[in-house]
Write a protein that binds this ligand. Structure first.
Ligand SMILES: Nc1ncnc2c1ncn2[C@@H]1O[C@H](COP(=O)(O)OP(=O)(O)OP(=O)(O)O)[C@@H](O)[C@H]1O
Length: 227
């Protein structure tokens, strides 16, 4: 049986519970990603995509249900354990790159590794490898402001994967780019995910990109359904 890297079971989330302003966003949501699987998350605006990604990435806690990452049940885990798990096992990519402006592309990929205790030489080698996979080795020593939007996003992917997480969570990772750039940057992301063997849950409104992933799921009425 394939190894499950992310499993959400019966996850519920209501904002402002018990008040007239209550919003029941997740209503017993089940979702499992197996190792190496790339899943498109398609959701109408306001369906709870950010809520789902935040809960899956341990940035928020569900009201009920279970979140397991790399086989570990995170129910009731301490803040410290959640932070360590997030640092080591989860990579995030957003629409905007959020790179540190005063550091080079290479340094942006090295820093999270140093924070996780990786020796500098090893972190540098990993950063070089990742930049090579996404095809921007010549840009390694540029700061983000000196990179194109597509290059910035490729660096953000490398940074998200620097600590070899089990799961990548991405929210419209190419949403800021023009269609042609979006296409090549998406290819770079797929190559990275394939070469590192991780699982990825990628929220997108772009049905052409969704079709290129292994599987598509739809978030609707608080649950995940096949698309
Ligand atoms: N902190 C909060 N307090 C109250 N309601 C919230 C809060 N955060 C989100 N919501 C509501 O929960 C619902 C889901 O929000 P969420 O941000 O997860 O949706 P989304 O699918 O990511 O939307 P979009 O695609 O437009 O970003 C929305 O109706 C939103 O208004």
């Amino acid at each position: 049986m394939s190894e499950v890297t992310l499993r959400l079971t019966g996850v519920t989330k209501t904002y402002n519970a018990g008040t007239p302003a209550a919003v029941e966003v997740l209503r017993g949501l089940d979702l499992a990603l197996t190792k190496g699987e790339v899943v498109a998350l398609v959701a109408p605006s306001g369906a709870g995509k950010s809520t789902l990604l935040h809960i899956a990435g341990l940035l928020d806690t569900p009201d009920g249900g279970r979140v397991e990452i790399a086989g570990a049940d995170m129910t009731g885990a301490s803040d410290h354990r959640r932070t360590v798990m997030r640092r080591d096992e989860v990579g995030f990519v957003y629409q905007f790159h959020h790179l540190l402006p005063e550091f080079s592309a290479q340094e942006n990929i090295v820093l999270p590794q140093l924070a996780a205790g990786v020796p500098r030489a090893q972190a540098d080698a990993r950063a070089r490898d990742l930049l090579g996979i996404v095809g921007i080795t010549p840009r390694a020593h540029h700061r983000p402001a000196a990179l194109s939007g597509g290059e910035q996003q490729r660096v953000a992917f490398c940074r998200a994967l620097a600590n070899s997480p089990s799961v990548l969570l991405a929210d419209e990772p190419t949403g800021n780019l023009d269609p042609a750039t979006s296409d090549t940057v998406f290819e770079a992301l797929m190559t990275l995910v394939r070469e590192t063997g991780m699982s990825a849950l990628i929220a997108t409104h772009n049905m052409q990109l969704a079709a290129r992933m292994d599987r598509q799921v739809r978030l609707e009425q608080g649950r995940v359904l096949p698309a």
